[in-house]
Design a binder for this molecule. Structure first.
Ligand SMILES: Nc1ncnc2c1ncn2[C@@H]1O[C@H](COP(=O)(O)OP(=O)(O)OP(=O)(O)O)[C@@H](O)[C@H]1O
Length: 333
């Protein structure tokens, strides 16, 4: 297991990011579209087009320097010890699952029988042993992704980069893959690119948020989303956000008190809203409203309401209601 230390710049894509990751930890890399997540992933694996000129900075993995643009050190992709699991499995169609998984080890000079034996072990570990003889076209999306995971792991990478590995999977296949990843990432240094807060929370010790090519927030995952340090983290955590006097007010849907009439002084802020929808969520319901006037005018706000309470309110689309938030539920950025 190796620690990761990077300071990378890709000027053509406006990426300028520094990150550190302890050996054996998983870091979730999050951020809006175009933030630079895939660019950073490709710079790590050494697969960015025009890599030689495009990427500057320093990258160390364990005690090995993989990139140092000042000293002219650039370790090529196949010698980095960085494995990639991409959004789509990209398996070789002419090889069966074992052949695909063994491929990387063969590339490192291992004998065919030894490589295939190791490949079978990895297929078993990811729960894909039964597909060993299958060709890629005989596999479902989820099955092919598990084979791709086995292939990435079979090369025994010091760092595993997973670029939105659950993206193309249906709900059942994604749940299964999440369970497999949870077990395998426990003692693997890894970077997981994801848009899903659930994946960050279940799979990653730490999370870094990229915005416009910069790391704008980083920390232990649970802490980052429970007490978002800034507006970028608050937005990803799904908090309500309203602008006031150049500041952002953030609050959780669970902290909103919904009422038919204007809230009393227990609410530090109050917003008149028009109902957009009421969506049942077990004992609670998610009430979506649009701010009707004042600082929240036109802003979509969410409140988590008790179904008993919701049943006593007029929640038809367009109905007027009030959202109030006590001081304890407010964060200002
Ligand atoms: N092939 C490319 N050629 C040139 N610029 C690119 C290319 N791909 C992405 N970019 C630019 O690089 C920047 C970072 O994009 P990148 O794809 O890394 O973001 P991302 O965070 O992975 O986004 P997404 O969540 O949509 O995958 C963006 O400004 C984007 O327009």
């Amino acid at each position: 297991m190796s620690a990761l230390d990077l300071e990378l710049r890709v000027p053509s894509r406006r990426l300028d990011a520094s990150l550190r990751l302890d050996a054996g930890q998983t870091l979730a890399l999050m951020g809006p579209n175009g933030a630079g997540k895939s660019t950073l992933a490709a710079a790590l694996t050494g697969t960015l087009p025009g890599q030689r000129h495009a990427v500057q900075g320093r990258l160390t993995l364990g005690d090995r320097v993989l990139l140092d643009s000042v000293r002219g050190v650039r370790v090529p992709t196949h010698r980095r010890g960085v494995g990639l699991m991409a959004q789509t499995p990209l398996l070789f169609p002419h090889l069966d699952a074992v052949g695909n998984v063994a491929f990387g080890r063969r590339g490192l000079g291992e004998r065919r029988t030894t490589a295939r034996r190791a490949a079978r072990r990895w297929l078993d570990r990811v729960g894909a042993g039964e597909f060993a003889q299958a060709r890629p076209w005989q596999l479902s999306g989820g099955q092919a992704q598990t084979v791709a995971l086995a292939r990435a792991l079979a090369a025994e990478p010091e760092l595993l980069v997973l670029d939105e590995p659950l993206n193309a999977l249906d709900v059942t296949a994604a749940s299964r893959m999440r369970a497999v990843l949870r077990e395998l990432l426990a003692d693997q240094t890894a970077i997981l690119v994801t848009h899903e807060i659930l994946d960050a929370l279940t799979l990653a010790d730490r999370t870094a948020i990229l915005h416009d090519g910069r790391v704008v927030a980083a920390g232990p995952t649970r802490e980052l989303f429970t007490r978002p340090p800034n507006v970028f983290a608050a937005r990803l955590a799904g908090l309500n956000l309203v602008q006031r006097d150049g500041e952002s007010l953030a609050f959780r849907a669970a902290d909103v008190v919904v009422s038919a009439g204007e809230p009393d002084a227990t609410a530090a802020v109050r917003f008149p809203v028009r109902v957009l929808s009421l969506e049942p969520r077990g004992e609670h319901a998610l009430l979506r409203g649009a701010g009707a006037e004042g600082i929240a005018a036109g802003v979509e706000l969410h409140a988590e309401v008790d179904v008993q309470l919701a049943s006593g309110l007029d929640t038809a689309p367009g109905a007027p209601l009030w959202f109030g938030v006590p001081a304890a539920g407010l964060r200002e950025y």
